[in-house]
Design a protein around this ligand. Structure first.
Ligand code: C2E
Ligand code: MG
Ligand code: MG
Ligand code: MG
Length: 284
């Protein structure tokens, strides 16, 4: 018997392209079904004040309770949600759900006589590009009864760089409506420090890749110093992401960063677990 001839390289490329499209199509259908069947869930990761030690707010993080594959992190589906534009209806769902929780968490803090907590919501670049998105955010906030002042929008640098004119317009609108703006994953994009002052940014999050190396890599430490120095000068608050070690926390405290987030403080929590810690002090 003759062995089958090896497929031509181009055929492999075509087949894998076709397989890729098919896979995207399947996941898109699955995501549509997931929304209909209520399989999306939000987790909430505490963000503490590095000065006071109390929980200042939470980042809403999306999970997919998949019927057969278990609880999936965004890593498994967010890219496909982006390319298929399913991120728009998913983002809508996330926004509504996060607003409802912001409202309920703050009913609880009020009952306990504690300060309000904020909820920050990740907004993807595609979602940000939807016409009249700021009006949509306002409508959802009003429908759910959340207080605008407790909602923060997390965007990445790519939003600012891709269509600067559109970004300026929408950021101006959402600021006007009362939402706070957070620049996520700062330092990983094309990021130049010198465009920061052009946008009405309230907080920036130092990407966790810097936190990961800040104790061992001198240049990483220098970058973190530069970012936090500049932010202070521009009156932008600094959130340090990905804090896993006590020494990282102390370092950020020494740099006078305002907020910290990471596994050392807390993993993302279910809504039920959030109620367990609302109004309590973190022992950090
Ligand atoms: P992100 O916005 O930078 O969120 C922080 C990510 O870091 C989360 O991953 C969080 O669980 C993880 N993290 C927190 N503390 C630590 C730590 O100490 N060490 C390490 N290694 N990781 C830590 P997650 O939940 O898997 O989300 C990944 C990304 O998916 C997010 O990164 C965000 O870009 C995206 N994402 C999550 N939820 C949403 C959403 O509702 N909408 C959109 N558009 N994107 C989302
Ligand atoms: Mg984020
Ligand atoms: Mg981040
Ligand atoms: Mg990220």
């Amino acid at each position: 018997d003759q062995p089958a001839p090896l497929p031509h390289r181009r055929d492999i490329a075509l087949r894998s392209h076709r397989e890729q499209l098919l896979k995207e199509f399947q996941i898109k259908e699955e995501l549509e079904r997931a929304l209909l069947n209520d399989e999306m869930v939000l987790y909430f990761q505490p963000i503490i004040s590095l000065r006071g030690g109390f929980t200042a707010g939470f980042e809403a993080l999306l999970r997919w309770q998949h019927p057969t594959r278990g609880l999936l992190s965004p890593y498994h589906f967010i890219d496909i949600a982006e390319t298929t534009n399913m991120i728009v209806p998913i983002g809508d769902w996330v926004f509504r759900e996060a607003c409802k929780q912001a409202r309920d968490f703050n009913l609880k803090t009020a009952e306990l006589g504690k300060p309000e907590v904020f909820v920050s919501i990740n907004i993807s670049a595609n979602q940000f590009a939807v016409p009249n998105i700021s009006r949509r955010f306002k409508e959802i906030t009003e429908e759910t009864g959340a207080d605008v002042s407790t909602i923060e929008l997390e965007i990445t640098e790519s939003v600012l760089m891709e269509d600067t004119a559109h970004a300026k317009k929408v950021l101006g609108e959402v600021k006007e409506l009362g939402f706070d703006l957070v620049l996520d994953d700062f330092g990983t994009g094309y990021s130049s420090l010198n465009y920061l002052h052009q946008f009405p940014i309230d907080k920036l999050k130092i990407d966790r890749s810097f936190t990961h190396t800040v104790l061992t890599d001198e240049s990483s430490l220098e970058i973190v110093r530069a970012i936090s120095g500049l932010a202070h000068n521009l009156n932008i608050e600094v959130v340090a992401e990905g804090i896993e070690e006590r020494e990282q926390l102390s370092l950020y405290r020494d740099l006078d960063c305002h907020f910290g987030q990471g596994y050392l403080i807390s993993k993302p929590l279910s809504v039920q677990d959030v109620y367990g810690i609302l109004g309590t002090r973190m022992s950090i």
